[in-house]
Every structure is written in C-alpha cells, then in structure tokens.
Design a protein around this ligand. Structure first.
Ligand code: PLP
Length: 476
C-alpha cells in the first residue's frame, strides 16, 4: 500500500510540507539517470516555482537557471499566454486520438507552421512525445523509406561517439556517450556503428593512436570525413539506412564540429544513398539564434530534422520529426500494404500542440532569435573571461549553448581524476550561490532561457566565477 496523497491537486505551495514532499520523492520517484548511492543518501532538491529566468526551491531560495530547465525553457518561466493557450485547449478538447484519419486543430496548424519554418522541402511532420521517441521514429521512417524503394537491406545506423540521441531502447544505443554505457544494460550494437567525436579540443584523445595530436582544425575535419566514408564502405552502403548528427553536440560536451563538417558529412551520406538526420532537439527554437540551426548556421538541408524541448519551451512534452517531401513521396507511393505502423497515443496531442503554437507566436512577437543573435556573443565573450582562471581550459559553444571545460593543466589539457568530480563540485558551489549549472563530467553546461538580459548574463558569469574559485580553494 502506497503513501496516501493528502493533496492530490496542488492549488498552492502553502499546502505543501517540504519535508513530506522530499520524503515522498525519495521513497517513490525513480528519477531519470538515477545514481542510486547518492540518491539514497541525499535525495533531491525540490523546486517549487519559477519566474522569468529564476527557479525557487521549497524553502524559497532563488536560483538563476543557467540550464533553462534542461536546455528547454527557451522563453523563460511563467509566461501567462502559454498557460492560457494550454488551459483553453484543455477545456475546448483535451484529447482526441490522432490515429489513421482523425486529427485536431492545433496539430494541423503546428505541422503547417513547422513546415513553413523548416528549411528546404522539409514539409512533413510526425509528432511524438519527446526527443527520444522522435529519433526512434526517424529510424523507422528511414527503414520504411528504403524498404519501400526495394532496398530492404539498408537498416544499419551510423552515429558518433559523444552523441546523445535519447533513452528508448534503440536511441540509447544510437547515443554514443561512453558514460551512458551502463554495464547493466544491453545495447543494440549489431545495428549501430559509431564514428569519432568531432571534439577538436580533445582531438589528441578522440582519434586513435594519438593521430589527432598537433592537427589543424582542417586536417581534423578531413580525418573525420574520411573516417565516415571508410566506415560506410566497411559496413556496406547497401546496408546503411541513416546517419545521425546533432548540429552542436549537447550532452556529449557542447561540441561545435570543425568548419565544413556537416556539409561534407551530408555529401558523403547522399553519395551513398544514406539519409541524414539532424538532431535539433537542443539546437532549434532559438538556442543558436534561429528556429532551426541546420541551414541557418551550418548551411545544410538534411533529410530529417528531429526536434523537441524548445518546441514548447518545456511547457508541454512534445517532439517532432520534420522530413522531406522526397522521403514522404517514396514512403507513400501507392501500395495496398502501405501502412506506416508507427505512432503514439499522444502524437499531435492537442494541448501540447497548442503550447507549441503559442510558444512560436511568442518567440516571433518578441524576436527572441534576434535577441539571441545580439546577446549570444555577449554571453560567449563574458564566459571567455573565465579562461583567466587556472583550471578553466576551454570555453566553447555557440550563442546560448555553452560550456566550460575544467582541466588540471591548461597546457597539456590533463584531466582531473574522476574522483575529484570537478564539474559536480563546481555546480554544487554554484547551487549554494544561487546559480544552476549542469555538471557533465569535468564540464559545466550553460544553456539558459533565451530571454536573459545583459544584467542576468553578468550575474550568471559572476556566480559561475565565484563557484569555480570556491572549488579551487577547496582543492588547495
Ligand atoms: N536528442 C538530443 C540532442 C537531446 O539532447 C535529447 C535530450 O536531452 C534527446 C534527443 C532526447 O530527448 P527526450 O529527453 O525529450 O526524449
């Protein structure tokens, strides 16, 4: 018998006993990415409310949210018009199934809007529940597309080390972050092949036998492209369906690839009839200053764009695969057996799509992309001042997607030993100071709401500096 909930609907935080909630969470909520030992010891920090770029825990302590929820609260918290759009749609029609041939107004409107914002002939939209299910669906679209054209053997998937593409059974395998390879889980390694991470700062480590040492960025890019083509030839172009790439890798360490990398990868894929999926779960909806980064920042029109997160700014769960007319036409060519048997109860959920439409309308009205184009370089410039600190080895990223990499030795780029847990120590200090920055191994990620003012950027960088300095003092 579980704990009885006394307040099944939370009308006000005044009804909430912080200790009771903390205990219920600890006893019953199994979190994504639980580290059991530390969770059993410490439990969770319970957040209660949020406004603008700030979140407040149940004690009322305020934090500047340097990670925008989880790279997603692009328009900031407490935006009344999104809440009103959600409420109005929930009252008008909370749900109706999207299967086969029924639909709803917000889903149709949002699909058309996404088609108008996406580059090239990316005019078809498949809605999902989030980014993982969208990447999973992208694989099924690729398989269906090739099989329908009589190329049934094209099933294999190419991804990259350090990539993050989700946490379903399959996308957990497409993901290439070494840290996610729990020895207690199984991975679909007979379907997925990983090529090197495009991490130029760590080129000496990411390429085999240290061949990356001393390479120029151009040589590094040449190597990666040659490696991709060699992998394709090894697996056999007739066996490969799809290549996955985030425009800027997020959870793998905010890795901006070398110049020309995406264009050249796409050319290689197309030469071998392999579909190119641009995973824009993080990079879309303004984070890099545009609705989509693939074409606007990297000059490519992929075959599919996968997105989620900023699509609703996290106000509702929603993901989407936006794919090309060319792929759709092949998939939908006349065929009595032509059922695309893929989909979710909540594909095109009317309340989530209403949130998406309101979110895009707000971004357009406030010109948030323009704001990021102006404020992004200032954030980058201010974060770069942290390079004065002895342990900050690299500040990288683009616009509102940034990270700081901490090292033992700036010249050799030597890592801190894992036991130091440097990123977590810094983020713990920052948390005490009232700033949330996400630790990722030796990195701290900064992906704040896109609404940040100049003063808020200054506050963020100043608190991060204090957090790093406090950590350095501990290490003495
Ligand atoms: N793809 C990328 C690039 C991501 O960063 C994420 C989540 O962080 C996902 C996919 C998975 O999205 P979700 O957590 O919504 O399933």
């Amino acid at each position: 018998m579980g704990t009885q909930g006394q307040h099944l609907a939370i009308a006000s935080l005044d009804q909430v006993d912080p200790k009771d909630i903390w205990q219920k969470d600890k006893d019953h909520f199994v979190h994504p990415w639980t580290h059991f030992d530390s969770f059993k010891k410490d439990g969770s920090l319970v957040m209660g409310r949020a406004e603008g770029a700030y979140v407040y825990d149940l004690s009322g302590k305020r934090y500047l949210d340097g990670i925008g929820g989880l790279w997603c609260v692009n328009i900031g918290y407490g935006r009344r018009e999104i809440a009103e759009a959600i409420s109005a749609q929930a009252l008008r029609m909370a749900f109706y199934n999207p299967f086969v041939d029924t639909t709803n107004v917000p889903a149709a409107e949002l699909a058309a809007k996404l088609a108008s914002l996406a580059p090239g002939d990316l005019n078809k939209v498949f809605f999902t529940c989030g980014g993982s299910t969208a990447n999973d669906t992208a694989v099924r679209i690729a398989h269906y597309y090739h099989a329908k054209r009589g190329k049934k053997s094209k099933k294999q998937i190419i991804s990259r080390i350090d990539a993050y593409h989700g946490s379903t059974y399959l996308t957990g395998s497409i993901t290439g972050r070494p840290a996610d390879r729990s020895p207690y889980l199984h991975f679909v390694d007979d379907l997925v092949h990983h090529v090197s991470s495009p991490n130029f700062y760590r080129a000496h480590e990411v390429l085999p036998n240290g061949v990356g040492k001393g390479m120029t960025e151009e040589q590094f890019c040449d190597y990666l492209i040659e490696e991709l083509e060699a992998k394709i030839l090894e697996v056999g172009p007739d066996n490969i369906a799809v290549f996955f790439a985030e425009p800027v890798m997020g959870a793998g360490g905010v890795i901006v690839p070398p110049k020309g990398y995406h264009k050249r990868s796409l050319e290689v894929c197309h030469r071998h009839d392999i579909l190119y999926v641009s995973d824009e779960v993080v990079t879309a909806f303004g984070r890099l200053g545009h609705f989509f980064a693939s074409e606007a920042v990297f000059g490519i029109v992929p075959d599919m764009i996968v997105t989620a997160k900023g699509l609703t700014s996290g106000y509702q769960p929603l993901g989407a695969v936006i794919f090309s007319d060319r792929v759709y036409e092949a998939m939908s060519a006349e065929d009595p057996d032509g059922w695309f048997t893929n989909g979710y109860t909540y594909s095109g959920h009317p309340v989530a799509c209403a949130a998406g439409l309101a979110n895009i309308a707000l971004m357009e009205r406030e010109d948030l992309n323009g704001h990021v184009q102006k404020m992004g370089p200032y954030l980058e410039q201010q974060l770069n001042t942290l390079l004065e600190l002895p342990i900050v080895g690299n500040v990288r990223g683009h616009k509102f997607m940034m990270c700081v990499e901490n090292v033992m030795d700036k010249t050799t780029r030597e890592h801190f030993p894992d036991a130091v847990n440097i990123g977590k120590r810094i983020s713990d200090h920052c948390e005490k100071l009232g700033l949330i920055v996400r630790p990722l191994g030796a990195l701290n990620v900064i992906s704040p709401p896109l609404t940040l003012s100049k003063e808020e950027v200054d506050e963020l960088v100043s608190l991060l500096r204090q957090g790093i300095e406090a950590t350095m003092a501990d290490l003495k």
